[in-house]
Design a protein around this ligand. Sequence first.
Ligand SMILES: Cc1ncc(COP(=O)(O)O)c(C=O)c1O
Length: 418
Amino acid sequence: MGSTVANEASVFDHVEYVPPDAIFELTLAFNADKDPRKVNLGQGTYKDEHGNPWILPAVRAAKASDAVRNANHEYLPILGLPAFRTLVTELVYGRDAAVITEGRVAVSQSLSGTGALHLAGSVLYQTFRERGPSPTAPLPPVYITNPTWSNHRQVFETIGFTVNDFRWASPTTGSLDLPAILEDLGKAPPHSIVVLHASGHNPSACDPTEAEWRHIASVIQQRQLLPLFDSAYLGIASGSYDADAFAIRHVANELQLETVVCVSFAKNMGLYGERVGHVSVTTKTVSAAQALQSRLAQQTRAEISNPPAFGARIVAAVLADEKLRAQWEVDLVTMSGRIAAMRTALYEGLAKRGTPGDWKPIIQQKGMFSVLGLPRLTVVELREKHHIYMADSSRISIAGLNEGNVDYVAAALNSVLR
Ligand SMILES: Cc1ncc(COP(=O)(O)O)c(C=O)c1O
């Protein structure tokens, strides 16, 4: 009987196969590799000095707190844990920000950073389609940086947006290309959504200085673009949450532009699997904030009904308690400091060997990543001969380096580049 099924036409015959996500595949290949020298520089997850996942001391303490241990297992409200929503909004904009005191910010919990982008994007898409920001203009496109995180295009195209890119870092020097950014954004149609990395740009590791952010923000203001900050590395780039939130606060608080902020607690609290994130949209009026928040709730109800509780309780426990919050600030310095030390160690390992190439950007850049600028064949050679795993673009996660493997990596790079 079973064989007849194969002979019948399937309603799925037209479905095209899509290859699996490259970075998750790389992790699977790394896990399967039996060589003791193997090094994983693929996925952007923080590892401690022994190459192990790190549970932040602030998070460990929060997990042991009564608020987390004694919590029940009921549903959260649709918009998420109220304490989490309030505390994170204050964390992002600063406690006294006018958008908060005047009630001009719509807020929802989300499924980590990716879920935040998808939730915000879906609500923007629907509301712009209903009666666009300009009734006569076509649906505005989304602009993403070139290069950018491998998931950005897919997230916004899946929602239905047209996605364009604008130049961010120079492919030749690997440094921020401010004139190109200003030129490209200067041509974007009004109301385009511009996806910016708040700090620790992935993959280029090129963050604008405060003066450069002011330039970028003023073009956004002049062109009436809608800034959307993807904020997955706040506190990780510099070790200070406030310093890393500069661009968000400049745009939303100082310039008072309507702004979308998508936050993840995966990297800066090490809560990768808990999927805890936060979306906020600042608006010009209280009624717009209320309307948008109702749409965030409607979209969440339709997609996931209500968000998961555990990670949100941990984040709220850390932020609500002075001691835990102070510990978290130390933890951010620990992570960003170890990453900076590994940048120096890798640079020195290459410099002392006279490895061909300009490796200075490695110590000038910030955040978790660096792009080495290697051809794909060299990336494959490093994987097959030396068991060093990195993205095909030769982006490496610096957090995968430690005292025990950094010289091995420098020696391997030196040998494949000779
Ligand atoms: C730039 C950027 N945005 C968003 C994310 C989302 O991460 P998550 O959904 O795990 O919070 C990542 C993760 O790698 C990222 O690099």
